[in-house]
Design a protein around this ligand. Structure first.
Ligand code: DGL
Length: 271
């Protein structure tokens, strides 16, 4: 048993989709979340900048005594998981591997779509893992650079003509390709599940990368006997790098439950 918290971070609020699953499945775990809201989005930046930001994010989280870190960001996972894991002596989990493996296993017609930020798609990280599991899979990757800013601005619901237009524009080629499985390769995208699902149709299965990462760390904790005390009620501590005014409102939408705990702003450049 290990009651130390799990550290979770993202470029912004998207990583809360992983926290949502963690809280739902493992309500006894303590969580420390950092959202780099002052520097979001990461996905259109260079590898070097993303790595520098991710290093600071992990350094901040390491000021706490954690049992593990979840990189709840497709962009950072695809660029920095390996080097960060080598630099740090605690387990670090990303979203790419568990989600890609799930896609390789659950496709029925072998046609898989991958949507993510430009930086993630450039790395080919999802594609490599899927191919290692299922070499015959036909992969269709589409960067969706407008999704993160739209989601961070709350433009997520069916009936919003802006998001519906952008979704249709990005996803039309995937619809035409006849995919049956779509990786939401950025942790912001599950907020668009309804709009994306409406556009793609019920026969296309959407895979939530944050949820897959949460499930993976849950399996790992169970196998290593590192789950928190089942009697404990887990707590959450929230940190951001920009003003805190919008966090409670928008964060509650991402988390699908009201955030009542205080949120603190930190100077991430100092880490
Ligand atoms: N949630 C991040 C991801 O999963 C968004 C990246 C960004 O800030 O552009 O990739």
């Amino acid at each position: 048993m290990d009651n130390r918290p799990i550290g979770v971070f993202d470029s912004g609020l998207g990583g809360l989709t992983a926290v949502r699953r963690l809280i739902h499945e493992m309500p006894n775990e303590n969580i420390i979340y950092f959202g780099d809201t002052g520097r979001v989005p990461y996905g259109n930046r260079s590898r070097e900048t993303i790595f520098r930001y991710a290093t600071q994010d992990v350094n901040f989280l390491r000021t706490f005594d954690l049992k593990a870190i979840v990189i709840a960001c497709g962009t950072v996972s695809s660029i920095a998981l390996q080097p960060l894991s080598q630099l740090h002596d605690l387990p670090i989990f990303g979203v790419v591997d568990p989600t890609a493996r799930r896609a390789a296993q659950c496709t029925r017609n072998g046609r898989i779509g991958i949507i993510a930020t430009e930086a993630t798609i450039r790395t080919g990280a999802y594609e490599q893992t899927i191919r290692a599991e299922n070499p015959a899979a036909e992969l269709h990757s589409v960067p969706c650079p407008l999704f993160v800013p739209l989601v961070e601005n709350g433009r997520t619901e069916p009936g919003d003509v802006v998001i519906e237009t952008v979704v249709a524009d990005y996803l039309q080629p995937l619809k035409e390709a006849g995919i049956d499985t779509l990786i939401l390769g950025c942790t912001h995208y599950p907020l668009l599940s309804k709009v994306i699902g409406n556009f793609m149709g019920p026969e296309v299965r959407l895979l939530d990368s944050g949820a897959e990462a949460a499930d993976q760390i849950g399996r790992w904790m169970a196998s290593c006997n590192l789950r928190a005390d089942p009697e404990q009620v887990g707590t959450c501590r929230w940190y951001v790098s920009d003003g805190t005014e919008n966090f409670h409102h928008l964060g509650s939408i991402f988390l699908n439950r009201e955030i009542t705990e205080p949120v603190e702003q930190i100077a991430i450049e100092n880490y």
